[in-house]
Design a protein around this ligand. Structure first.
Ligand SMILES: *Cc1c(COP(=O)(O)O)cnc(C)c1O
Length: 499
């Protein structure tokens, strides 16, 4: 199986090269040439497997040049001991047609763990296959969740190192502590004096610095990226759509073959796109419901066929979805149009004008499978309280967006078939906002005290990885100027400045 860019069908490479490169030279994203399918019999067999075995089957379909032994080693390194639930992605059943898929049982309590536990190992094996024997150094600019999950995934993985930049004032106290206490010999964390965009721009500049890249390669170092445009991050996310469907069947909420709707709290469009791929592989999915917060650029796009990022940016209670350019949408546009020429034009218009409009035909195709809506912070607070009062089940602010959108969708559309709400973070990762939804919040309290208060109020347990942070050693407290990011990288790598 070969992969190519969404902006050029001619440059073809295999999975390992696509994973190592991350993004195509033309700025496009890699996609598989064809989408592999499970036959009815294969699908029925999948329903009897555990999570890791399903992962092996799904990975196997996309990673042709990997042996089944290699795939099984990757899956086991990713999931065997780092999740606090044996099921990896357990289902919480709310009623006879609704359940929450909990994707936050990994080491950092957010769904990014599912992909970032696997990516380092996918990269390590890919590097071997591509005869890359230099050290792969992962550079990350993060607004919080991705940085920690990537650190945890790459920590002490041989042949790799990872350096994370975050905006000094742009992450929550919990997120800062999570990163500053990261363990591992090959990790580095540095705050920068600037916002997330500055960090992101600084990292992109380092990536496109050709002089630096050839200098580093003379020192046997190659830079790579762990953000969600890498195919190696999308692939592991396809797996839990299958395991969720299996669990709906097991719980008798559906029969095998019935359609199941999925509601996904969406930012960069990676998670929901993985669901679309699962559907194309043969999983009986009804609608994929794209749930946004007040930054509802995707809702407007699905309704009108026009994407327009020229709008106000809001900071919401669901910060991991505060995003105006959803990169992975490009993959869907290609898959539905199969035209790299059209996609290139749309993306050019996006970068030049900040907007684009798709054809009526493409718009109609999108709406066959997708529905989109949004909920603001007030609606989400109500939803957190409603779910807690009715069900004594605690959901985080991102999950609340999906949960709230599903309720509106059911009322407005009359489509009442069973639905899976994709739950992307532990409520304790956003204790302050969750607590404020349930009781009068005291803003003087530290994030830790809010966490304890939330636990007391709901009689639920604080996840171990968050509780342990207070006891861990503070390792990374440096702050750099934006102009000093490159020097920071060289120092991290232990390389002297270029002559
Ligand atoms: C990243 C993230 C999202 C958004 O996922 P996308 O794949 O970017 O659409 C939603 N919720 C949480 C908690 C996240 O960390």
């Amino acid at each position: 199986m070969r992969y190519h860019s969404t902006r050029d069908e001619n440059e073809k490479l295999n999975a390992s090269a696509a994973i190592i490169k991350g993004i195509a030279t033309d700025g496009g994203l890699y996609i598989p040439e064809i989408i592999p399918e499970f036959t009815g019999v294969e699908l029925e067999k999948l329903m009897r497997l555990d999570y890791m075995s399903i992962a092996e089957k799904v990975f196997g379909k996309f990673l042709e040049e990997f042996s089944s032994k290699e795939i099984s080693e990757i899956v086991s390194a990713a999931y065997k001991s780092s999740f606090d639930s044996e099921e990896i992605a357990p289902l919480h059943i709310a009623d006879d047609k609704t359940a929450y898929l909990e994707l936050w049982h990994g080491p950092t309590c957010a769904f990014k763990d599912v992909a970032l536990s696997a990516l380092p190992h996918l990269m390590k094996y890919s590097a071997e296959k591509c005869d890359v024997d230099s050290e792969i150094c992962i550079l990350v600019a993060t607004s919080g969740d991705t940085g920690k999950a990537a650190l945890e995934g790459f920590a002490d993985v041989k042949g790799t190192s990872i350096l994370v930049f975050y905006p000094e004032k742009g992450v929550s106290e919990m997120q800062r502590l999570q990163m500053a206490t990261q363990k591992g010999e090959n990790v580095g964390v540095c705050a920068i004096k600037g916002n997330f965009d500055d960090a992101q721009t600084g990292v992109k500049q380092i990536f496109s610095d050709e002089e630096l890249s050839s200098f580093l390669s003379s020192k046997d170092v190659m830079l790579s990226s762990a953000n969600s445009i890498n195919w190696g991050r999308l692939l592991p996310q396809i797996v839990y759509y299958f395991s969720a469907y299996r669990d709906f069947v097991k719980a008798n909420l559906i029969s095998f073959g019935d359609k199941l709707n999925f509601v996904v709290p969406t930012g960069n469009f990676g998670n929901i796109l993985a669901g679309w791929y699962a559907g194309m592989m043969g999983l009986p999915i009804g609608k994929l419901i794209c749930a946004s917060n007040k930054n509802n650029v995707l809702t407007d796009f699905f309704v009108s066929g026009k994407y327009n990022k020229n709008r106000q940016f809001y900071c919401t209670d669901s910060p991991s979805m505060d995003i105006l350019v959803s990169s992975n949408l490009e993959r869907l546009l290609y898959e539905l149009s199969r035209s790299s020429e059209d996609v290139s034009l749309l993306m050019l218009s996006l970068s030049k004008e900040g907007e684009y409009e798709i054809s009526d035909a493409l718009h109609a195709k999108l709406l066959e499978k997708f529905f989109a809506d949004f909920s603001d912070d007030d609606e989400c607070r109500e939803e957190i309280k409603r779910v807690w009062d009715n069900d004594k089940y605690l959901i985080d602010t991102h999950t609340a967006v999906a949960s709230s959108v599903l309720r509106k969708y059911r009322i407005n559309s009359g489509d009442n078939i069973p639905a899976c709400i994709v739950s992307t973070a532990s409520p304790y990762k956003f204790s302050g906002s969750v607590l404020a939804a349930l009781s009068k919040a005291n803003n003087e309290m530290s994030e830790f005290d809010k966490m304890k208060q939330l636990s007391k109020l709901t009689n639920t347990q604080i996840p171990k990885p968050l509780l342990g942070i207070l006891d861990n050693e503070l390792r990374f407290t440096d702050t750099a100027e934006i102009s000093g990011m490159k020097a920071e990288l060289l120092r991290f790598l232990g390389i002297n400045e270029q002559e």
